[in-house]
Write a protein that binds this ligand. Structure first.
Ligand code: NAD
Length: 461
């Protein structure tokens, strides 16, 4: 690392600390104004966002609107609710402590660090940033170097609309990331893989910095017999193959009731044609793999099981056709790690217990999908499995609901965000107890003689 870069990180951090101390970010009107600026920035730069994502992932314009520019909904939700979120909330006081009053008052943490991944490189920076702004923090942002066009665009956009001493983008790869992690922040919000998540948490521990880790994993999708097969198929194909499968909550693999497996398989093949045509390589609606390393990793998975549809690749175009694989074994590499690409293995079960046991034998997933109208089955799956979130009879849509906290559990992450959860993530809830001077009962003061009976009465023992 060159000395100037180290200097840059420390200098920006120090400037943000000084700005935070001025107290300006604590002003709710200031925060609302900044969120409005952020919204304006997104609106004014729609074309540049589309261009950056085309260059990085050949992301279809529709998908960029839906999953990147659409983050504007989070900004709106913040603007609408911030006044309510920032209000101190009254807390209950026991009767015997009547002269007291209590409240819980949120306050900003200070200067926070946001590290983003490459798959939704715009929205996965902006969405946590909404929380950081709404809670009154300063922020340093480190976008993913693997999506260089979006990273550069973010640096330009944020640099144009915000002062560096309030919100700054520092571009770079692992080295810069580690340089940032060596500094003391007041919170680190990380989105990325589980392995790097551990590195982030280790670095944060040295400074006792709290972390939010938005990680990944293998999100299973159970398909029961009691469902509308046409809707099920469309929703699975959409959720799996948007962004060419490079979605942290894409259904990673299907667990299908043996009795409907054949119907489902032929329906999935038909739907792929409907969505992407006879040759998805020519479809304007289908994205590309981010880079050679991911491409090579994914191509390796194609050796597993039996390809039912897809399997075509083009290294020059970083193209992998939407692929469905049957007859995989649980030991195959495709079932050992998060796929994070357009490959969908199918595993049949004869009894739902097998599906539940399989899910429970693995690290807790970020998302769990269940297609079934059977209420008892829905209850069972909810009760007997653990995952960051659950979506019943659909895929991926849970991410877009601002009132639902989004995050993992166990290996899929720590903490959550979106809407109020983002505000909570970047706030400290300060407990405030207030006494007055109009009364001062003696029961707690020494000498204690003759007061024990009253204390026992208060304690109820
Ligand atoms: P990644 O962990 O490789 O990289 C994420 C960020 O960490 C990048 O900014 C990168 O520069 C930085 N980084 C990489 N190596 C580092 C190191 N050794 N030390 C410090 N920083 C380092 O993740 P990715 O490949 O960009 O994204 C893919 C993963 O992210 C998948 O596992 C996916 O499931 C997960 N993901 C999760 C969510 C979520 O919301 N939970 C969203 C998107 C992606």
């Amino acid at each position: 690392m060159v000395a100037t870069e180290i200097f840059k990180v420390t200098e920006i951090l120090n400037k943000q600390r000084i700005f935070f101390k001025t107290g300006q970010t604590k002003n709710v009107a200031f925060r609302i104004a900044q969120l409005k600026i952020l919204k304006q920035a997104i609106i004014e730069n729609k074309q540049a966002i589309i261009q950056a994502l085309t260059a990085d992932l050949r992301k279809p314009e529709f998908e960029t609107y839906a999953s990147e520019i659409g983050v504007i909904k989070e900004v709106d939700y913040g603007i609408k609710n911030i006044t309510n979120w920032t209000k101190p909330k009254k807390a209950e006081i026991p009767l015997e402590l009547l002269p007291y009053s209590a409240k819980i008052q949120p306050e900003p943490l200070g200067v926070v660090l946001i590290i983003g991944p490459w798959n939704y490189p715009f929205q996965l920076i902006i969405s946590p940033l909404v929380g950081a702004i709404a809670s009154g923090n300063c922020a340093i942002i480190k976008p993913s170097e693997i999506a260089p066009h979006t990273s550069q665009f973010l640096a330009e956009m944020i640099g144009k609309y915000f002062e560096k001493n309030y919100i700054a983008v520092i571009e770079g790869g692992v080295e810069i990331s580690q340089q940032l992690l060596a500094e003391k922040f007041d919170h680190i919000f990380f989105t990325g893989g589980t392995a790097v998540g551990k590195i982030v948490m280790t670095a944060a521990a040295k400074n006792l910095t709290p972390v939010t880790l938005e990680l990944g994993g293998k999100s299973p999708c159970i398909v029961d017999t009691e469902m509308n097969i046409e809707h099920t198929i469309k929703r699975i194909i959409w959720g799996k193959f948007i962004n060419a499968g490079q979605t942290c909550i894409a259904p990673d693999y299907l667990l299908v009731d043996q009795r409907i497996k054949q119907d489902l398989l032929s329906g999935l093949q038909k739907c792929l044609k409907e969505f992407y045509g006879d040759n998805p390589a020519n479809s304007p609606n289908y994205a590309r793999i981010i880079h050679q390393k991911q491409f090579a990793r994914l191509v390796n998975f194609l050796k597993c099981g039996e390809i039912i549809v897809g399997g075509e690749t083009d290294p020059e175009q970083l193209y992998i056709a939407p692929t469905i694989i049957d007859h995989v074994s649980l030991e195959d590499s495709v079932m050992q790690e998060e796929i994070f690409g357009p490959i969908l293995p199918i595993i049949a079960y004869t009894d739902i217990d097998e599906a539940i046991d399989l899910i429970n034998s693995r690290p807790k997933p970020l998302a769990l999908y269940l297609f079934s109208q059977n209420q008892n089955l829905q209850k069972r799956v909810l009760q007997e499995t653990s995952s960051g979130g659950v979506c019943i009879n659909d895929t991926v849509m849970q991410f877009g609901i601002s009132s639902l906290p989004f995050g993992g559990v166990g290996d899929s992450g720590i903490g959550s965000y979106h809407g109020k959860a983002s505000f909570d993530t970047f706030s400290h809830y300060k407990s405030v107890l207030r006494n007055s001077f109009w009364l001062d009962l003696n029961w707690r003061y020494a000498p204690y003689k003759g007061k024990l009976l009253l204390l026992k009465l208060i304690l109820g023992i």
